[in-house]
Design a protein around this ligand. Sequence first.
Ligand code: SAM
Length: 568
Amino acid sequence: MDNLTTSLAQNLTISLSPADLQATFSNDNNDDDDLGRAPPRMGFNTEPKLCQFILSRRNVTASVPLEIRPSDCSTGSGLFIARDEQDGIEAGREIYRSKPLMLAFDGAGDDGWCHFCGGYFEGYFGGEKRGVRVCSGCGVGRFCSKECQKLAWNRFHKEECKVLKSTPGIKPQSLLAHRLVWFQQKGYITTEQGAVIQGLEAHFDEYTREEGGKTTEVYDVAMAIRDVTGEGREKKIDVGLIWKLVPQLWTNCVRLRGSSSRETVAFALELVTAMINHSCEPNAFAFMEKGEIRVRSLRKIAAGEEITICYIDPTVDVKSRREILMDEHFFECNCARCKDEIETQKRRVAADGETSMATVRQAQISMLDLIKSAAVTACKYPGVYPDFANLTVVESKMNTIMKNAFPNFGWGDDLDPVPMVRLCLSVLYLEQGKPAPALRNGLRGYFARRGGRTGPNAVNILVDIIHVLIAASCLPPDSPVLKDASFPLRVDISNVMYWYLYKACKEAGEVFGGDCEYTKAIGDLFAKMMAGLPAGASRPLEEDFMEELESSLRRVVEWAGVWVYEGA
Ligand SMILES: C[S@@+](CC[C@H](N)C(=O)[O-])C[C@H]1O[C@@H](n2cnc3c(N)ncnc32)[C@H](O)[C@@H]1O
C-alpha cells in the first residue's frame, strides 16, 4: 500500500498546533519515525511508472502523444508533446481532454453550473434555462437534474452539505481537500492515484513558513477536515497527513473557466493538468465543458516542446501578474512577455521625464481599484444603479489618474490596465442601457490590447463587442443617442456587427472547437441575424460587403477615438 493509503487507513487521533506541525515537517527533523514527515520530493520524471499511469488512456484522451519530463521553466516536471511526434500540434487543436478526479465550484462566481456533472445549465445569450435544483440543506449545492443531485448526495454531498453549512465561505480548493479524504475513506481513490497525489508539489515550506497568515489557514482547514471526518467514527484521521495534503491541493488544483466566462468558475484536481507549468504567454489553455477539462493549443506546439498554460488572469498588468504568482504560487515569472511589458513601461517613463516606475505602478493600482469598485456596485445593484452618473465619474477619475501619472505624454490606451478597464466599462455601460459610451469604451479597449488577440479571451471580448454593436444597431429611431450627429450611421454599425459575428464564429470554432456548446451558440446567433437580413443584402466575405466594411470600420473607430487601428 502506498503511504497515503496506509496513513489514511491508520485513522490516528492526534492534536497538534501549527507550530508542532511545522516542527513535524521541518527539514531539520531527521527522525524517520516521526509521524507523517514529508518525504523529500522527487520530480515525476524520475518515476516512469507513475508517469505512465498519469498519461494512460484510462485517465486522458489525448490527440497527440504526451510525455512528462524535467520542465524547461520550473524546477520540477512538466508536460510535453512527445519528442518523436514529428509534426507537433497545430494552433487551435485539442491536445487532450480528461475527466477530473474532483471538481468544486466557486460559489462566489458564475453559478450556472451543475455541481455534480459540471454541465452548464443556463443557455448562452439568454437562452433556455434548464431546471436548477438547489440543495435545501446548505443552499449552495446546485444540480441540473434529480439524478445529478442524488448521485452527488451519495458520492460526496451528504458530507459536504454539513461543511458548507458550518463554513459558508469555504474556498473550493479547501472543499476539494475535504472531498479527497472522504473519497479515500470510501475507496474511490486507487493506490496509483494516491501515489501520484503524494508526489505532487506542495510548497509546504512556503505555506507553513511562519505562524500566522497562510500557516494558520492551512492549519484551520486541516483541523476542520480532521474534525468532520472523525465524526461518528472511533478514531480520527491523521492530521499530519492532511496538513500536507491541503497545500498540495491548493498548489495543484487547476482553475477552470467555462468557454464563455473569463472568471474562474471551478477548481479541479486532475492529474495530467497538475503536471502543466505556467507562462504569461502560454501555448495552451484549459477550460471546462460538460464536466471535462479540455486543453487546447493557442499556437503550433512543436514535438518535444513543453505545454504551458496561464495560471492567472492574463489581462492584468505585468507587476500584478508577478505579485499574484509569487503570492499564490510561490514562483517568480520570468517569461518573455513580462520582460517586454516592463521594457515598454520603462521606455514611456524615460520619455516622460517627470514620471517614475513607482508612479506608474501606483496609478495602475488606483485604476484597478476604481474599476473593481464600479463592478462591485454593478453586481450589488444588478440593473438598478443608485447613481446613473457613476460610470461617467469613474471614467473621468481614470483620465485624471492617467494624466497625473504621465504629465507630459498621454498614458496611451495600450498601456495596462487601460484596455481591460475600458472593456469592463463597456460591459457596465451596456448593463445601464447606455450603448454610446459602451461602444466607445468597448472599441477602444478591443483595439488597444497588445497581447491576447487570439485565444479564449479574444473570443469573449469579441462577443462583448457584438452585444454592444447589436444594442447600438437596434436603437429605436427616436432614441436620443441617434440625435447626436457625431454618432456613427446605423449601416456602419451593422456592417461592423455582421463582420464581428462572422469573426466570432470562426474564432470560437478554432479556439474552443466546433463541438463546444458556446461555439454552437455563437453560430446560432449568427445564423439568426443573417436570416433577418433582407434578401439581396450583401453578406460577410462577399465582395460588396468587404468593400463597404473597411470604410464602415474606419468611421466607427474614428468616432470611438481608437488609438491604434490596424484594420479589420
Ligand atoms: C501545477 S504544478 C506544475 C508541475 C510542477 N512543476 C511539478 O513538478 O509537479 C505548479 C507548480 O510548478 C511550479 N511552476 C509552474 N510554472 C512555473 C514557472 N513558470 N516558473 C517556476 N515554477 C513554476 C511552481 O512551483 C508551481 O507552484
